[in-house]
Design a protein around this ligand. Structure first.
Ligand code: SF4
Length: 476
């Protein structure tokens, strides 16, 4: 375990691709020898230690550079529950060091050209470019300390290369008018309801069509999951295209787990050409929770925050990540997931703000069974002005069985079912289905009264037939 990164490194450090000149190799060797024992450095080629409170985020099994994901449970990582979540530790230490605002900056993905190479020579190059006198004689730059000059002239340009230019600012959408029906409805101020249809396991679309047609008249949009729980099914893109052909409004989910920076951009352009306007960016469940044989765990090329940043720039600036111009820009309404009850509300809000700054225009939360438990999170969101910048849809679900309720409560990070709800369900006997629907209706009504909540997202968990009844009763 490294001295300043209290986590064991689960993967060795990267080696450079190709053969570097001797001087560079020597420098990389020294850097590896020093930063390995100190920080568990994996030589990613773009050191972010200053932003991550000197804990190397590359210890995260998913390689997330703008974490944490939604899997942290009591501070531990769901991919390997014996390990503390790297990002949780980063948040905790940042808070202690009063550096938590640093966590708002949208950090770039790894530049694989640089992985395994040194980063120190780059610092020397930038100091030379800026002119050592301008940095080390701070009095010559009125009002700026040497640290601030170093940050502006040296560290920031290294950390935020020209092809990324991430920051901690909010970027309002640079487009006129709503990009999708979902956005239009949310902007109207009406309480919006979306739902989810599980993509089929086979290639036939008859059941999928049936489910879409069943819920379409009741909801504004339908989400299609993208290999949730790391299990293969029909793709979200294909289901979204089917929904468009049926006159429904899809929300295509894209998981970082199954995409790299190229496929993400291709998927967005392709789906947009087919009429898909709403995209929800997710990190995705680790293959570790999926079925065997286990897929590669070390695969995240871009995380959900980076996905939002890339897609927002495609829409607003008309550029691919590599700088190529997009003549016909995609029309996109971008969303992200939120997990309000996962950890301390203030930390969770920092993460949500980062997603909104990166480009998220709506947030769909994971399952909430006690609307009032959201109050501290909603209060923190309101304090930071998030509901003015992004629409908030709270996840609700009718529970089909007591077994499912217990499973969700015991196993899914951030999901808690109150004892009183469990008791009501347990006492319901033959009236279980009715009681479950009644509870969901009550929760939606309660959520409608909350300031900062723009709608609900019903996740039926395979019980789509309950959706029309729930909506009819909740909106009556
Ligand atoms: S995979 Fe998620 S829970 Fe595990 S360390 Fe990374 S961010 Fe934390």
């Amino acid at each position: 375990m490294a001295l300043f990164t209290p986590l064991r490194r689960w993967q060795p450090a990267f080696r450079p691709f190709g053969r570097l000149p001797v001087g560079w190799r020597l420098l990389a060797f020294v850097e590896r020898a020093v930063k390995g024992p100190l920080f568990g450095c994996r030589m990613c080629g773009n050191c972010l230690l200053q932003e991550t409170a000197f804990i190397c985020h590359m210890a995260c099994p998913k390689g997330i550079r703008n974490g944490p994901c939604g899997g942290v449970k009591n501070g531990y990582c769901y991919v390997d529950p014996t390990r503390k979540c790297a990002w949780y530790l980063i948040y905790e230490r940042s808070e202690r060091m009063h550096r938590e605002k640093k966590l708002l900056e949208v950090l770039p993905p790894v530049d694989w050209d640089r992985a395994g190479g040194e980063t120190w020579a780059e610092v020397i190059r930038k100091v030379r470019e800026a002119g050592p006198g301008n940095i080390f004689l701070p009095s010559r730059r009125r009002g700026m300390s040497m640290g601030a000059v170093l940050e502006e002239k040296v560290f920031r340009p290294i950390r935020q290369p020209d092809w990324w230019q991430g920051d901690a600012e909010y970027h309002p959408p640079a487009v006129d008018g709503p990009q999708s029906e979902l956005e239009k409805e949310l902007r109207s101020g009406r309480f919006v309801i979306t739902t989810e249809v599980m993509p089929p396991l086979g290639a036939a679309t008859d059941r999928l069509t049936e489910k879409i047609n069943l819920v379409k008249p009741y909801v504004t949009a339908i989400n299609f999951t993208d290999g949730s729980s790391a299990v293969s099914r029909m793709s979200s893109a294909a289901c979204s295209a089917v929904a468009v052909s049926l006159g429904a409004e899809p929300v295509m989910q894209i998981s970082a787990r199954d995409n790299n920076r190229n496929s993400l951009q291709s998927q967005a352009i392709g789906a947009n050409a087919l009429g898909v306007r709403n995209i929800l960016c997710l990190s995705g469940d680790s293959p570790r929770v999926g079925l065997k044989p286990r897929g590669n765990l070390n695969i995240i090329d871009v995380d959900s925050v980076q996905m939002l940043w890339i897609l927002r720039r495609m829409r607003d600036e008309g550029v691919y990540l590599d700088g190529r111009e997009i003549k016909n820009r995609p029309r996109l309404f971008l969303g992200a997931a939120a997990a309000p009850l996962l950890q301390k509300p203030e930390l969770q809000v920092l993460r949500d703000m980062k997603k909104v700054n990166a480009g998220a225009q709506f947030l769909q939360t994971n399952l909430v069974f006690d609307p009032d438990s959201l109050d501290p999170w909603l209060e923190s969101l309101r304090r930071e002005g998030v509901p003015e910048r992004a629409f908030v849809l709270i996840g609700v679900s009718p529970l089909k069985s007591l077994r499912l309720a217990r499973y969700l409560n015991d196993n899914i990070p951030g999901v808690t079912i109150p004892d009183r709800t469990m008791r009501r369900l347990a006492d319901a006997g033959d009236g279980f289905a009715e009681e479950s629907i009644r509870i969901t209706v009550e929760n939606i009504r309660r959520l409608r009264e909350k300031s900062g909540v723009h709608g609900v997202h019903i996740m039926p968990l395979g019980w789509e037939s309950a959706v029309p009844r729930i909506i009819e009763q909740a909106m009556a």
